[in-house]
Structures are given as C-alpha cells and as structure tokens.
Design a binder for this molecule. Structure first.
Ligand code: C2E
Ligand code: MG
Ligand code: MG
Ligand code: MG
Length: 281
C-alpha cells in the first residue's frame, strides 16, 4: 500500500493504527452479538427528591460484560454502537428491559432511560416505546427519556417535532448533562422539559468556586420559573448536598446517596426508603 512506500513517519506509526482499527473492528463484531448472548445488563441509580424525602426515580445505566475484556463502560461502547447503527437494537433492548424492571416498583417511582441522538432520530423510536409500555403495562408518565442538548444543534425543528410527538404519548422528557457543550436558553423556551439534569462538572466545582454556586442558583431559578424539576448529577458529598439544597435544587443523584445498583438491590432499597419515610412522617 501507498503508506508503506517510503513515507517513513507513516510506516513507523502504522502498526499501532492497525492494531487500534483491528481492536475496534473486533469490538464491533462482539457488540453485534452482545444482546443475543445476554452480555448486556442494566444498573439502576436512584434520584432522590429532596422535598419529599424519598426516591422519585432510578436511572437505567447500561453495562456490557465482555467475555474477554470484562466490564466495558458505556462511555467506550455507546459511541461504537452509534457509529455502527447498533444503538438502534441496543436502545430498544434498554427501553424494554427498563420498563420490565420498573413495572414492579411503587407507582411513584419512575424509570429514566438515556436516549442517544442517533436513536432519537430513528423513525422507530415511538413505536418501540409504545410497545414496551403496552407489553409491561407501565404507565407512560413513569417513563422518563433523557436526551442531550446536542439534538438541538443538529436539527432543532425535527427535534422539537419528535419531542412533542413523544410527549403526546404521556412520557416525560429530561434534558441530560445540562450546561455542557452547546447550552442555549432558547430551546428551554421552546419545549417544556419535565426536568433539567445539571451536569456533574458544575457539582464538582461547588466546594471551591463561588461561580459554580451562582450557576446552580440561576439554573434552579430558571427551571422553577419554567415549571421544571432540577436534578444535580454526581453528588458525592454532604457539603455539595447542603449547597444544592440552599440553592433550590429539587432532586439529587450521585454516589453520596447511592452508586448504580442491580435490579434485586433496587427492591430492597425501595423497601427501606418507604420505611424511613413512614418513620419520619
Ligand atoms: P449520564 O446519563 O450522564 O449518566 C450519569 C453517569 O454518571 C453514569 O455513568 C453514572 O454511573 C455516573 N455517576 C453517577 N453518580 C456519580 C457520582 O457521584 N460520581 C461520579 N464520578 N459519577 C457518577 P455511566 O453509567 O458510566 O454512564 C455514562 C454515560 O453513558 C451516561 O451518562 C450516558 O450518557 C451513557 N449511557 C449509559 N447508559 C446508556 C444507555 O442505556 N443508552 C445510552 N444511549 N447511553 C447510555
Ligand atoms: Mg443520563
Ligand atoms: Mg447525565
Ligand atoms: Mg453526565
């Protein structure tokens, strides 16, 4: 090949490039069979309602148990799934599995599911959701879709149309990772999100930056005025929680309250959550 014919720099670099490309190709092939082989699973992380003093929802977080590589992070395989189109069947599996698990939970506990921009733009999403709800009997307002701001950059009109069409089913919509990337206030005005999830990067800065506190304050004020809930992501300490409470944040999610847990542990957590609430009341 041309690259091997005398371009020294390239030749030097090439074996590694090949190894990378090969690894990626192998991961794609493996991911293709992951659903069929039962290698995907969901973990669930609670969202805690600060004013009600109880759990309001769990976010479904995807895990891939690779036979050789072990546990692969969604940060590593979701992009691969998006590039190959595999996110469509994988995303469908996530929605059905999440609804199946959540149907046994108490009525006030919702399930939040991450929806990739690629999946969001796919024509089949609405029918997948309808089917999952019908199959499981889960009330539509117990399903919350988490989407990201990037959708509004790529195709704002189509995004709005899809959001309204999904909302017509009765499902809830949350804006995930708010404040990263392309934040613009105009789309907060154009669609009534149920919830804004404040990105973890702002929470990390809380204890050593007055600016971060001011940003949280302005987001929660804005959200409240627009009738939207706020969830702070990645809360890891009591100090962060105190500030978030003071600044009017309505919900928290993070290791401070709980790491993501398996399905069976959710049932136990909900039982003790209910007990704690009754004891407090
Ligand atoms: P995300 O939707 O923003 O989810 C929150 C991530 O932060 C999760 O990482 C969660 O485990 C982590 N997290 C929660 N609390 C804390 C904390 O206190 N400290 C720290 N350091 N991290 C915390 P995870 O599970 O690795 O997921 C990463 C991302 O992968 C998610 O970010 C989401 O964008 C994507 N993802 C996960 N599951 C799915 C899925 O089913 N479909 C799609 N399309 N994307 C998914
Ligand atoms: Mg999320
Ligand atoms: Mg998030
Ligand atoms: Mg995030």
């Amino acid at each position: 090949r041309a690259k091997q014919e005398g371009r020294g720099g390239f030749r030097f670099f090439e074996p590694r490039m090949d190894a990378e490309a090969q690894k990626r190709r192998q991961m794609e092939l493996d991911l293709h069979d992951a659903i069929r082989l039962g290698q995907l699973s969901l973990m669930f992380q609670p969202l805690f309602d600060l004013s009600a003093g109880r759990i309001s929802a769990f976010e479904a977080l995807l895990r891939w148990h690779h036979p050789v590589r072990g546990l692969v992070s969604p940060v590593d395989f979701i992009p691969l799934a998006e590039d190959t189109g595999l996110i469509i069947p994988i995303g469908e599996w996530v929605i059905r599995e999440a609804c199946r698990v959540a149907r046994t939970w108490p009525q006030h506990v919702r399930i939040a599911v991450n929806v990739s921009p690629v999946q969001f733009g796919h024509v089949g999403l609405k029918s997948v959701i309808l089917q999952a709800l019908a199959e499981t009997g889960l009330a539509p307002n117990r399903l919350e879709l988490e989407i990201t701001e990037s959708l509004f950059i790529e195709n704002p009109e189509a995004t709005l149309a899809s959001l309204h069409s999904l909302r017509a089913l009765g499902v809830r919509v949350a804006l995930d990772d708010f404040g990263t990337g392309y934040s613009s206030l105009s789309y907060l005005r154009s669609f009534p999100f149920d919830k804004i999830k404040i990105d973890r990067s702002f929470i990390i800065d809380l204890l050593n930056s007055k600016g971060a506190t001011a940003i949280i304050k302005s987001i929660t004020t804005l959200a409240e005025a627009l009738g939207m809930e706020t969830t702070a992501e990645g809360v890891e300490s009591a100090g962060q929680l105190d500030i978030l409470r003071q600044q009017g944040c309505s919900h928290i999610q993070g290791y401070y309250f709980s790491r993501p847990i398996v399905e069976t542990a959710v049932t136990e957590m909900l039982a003790s959550d209910d007990l704690a609430l009754r004891a407090a009341g």
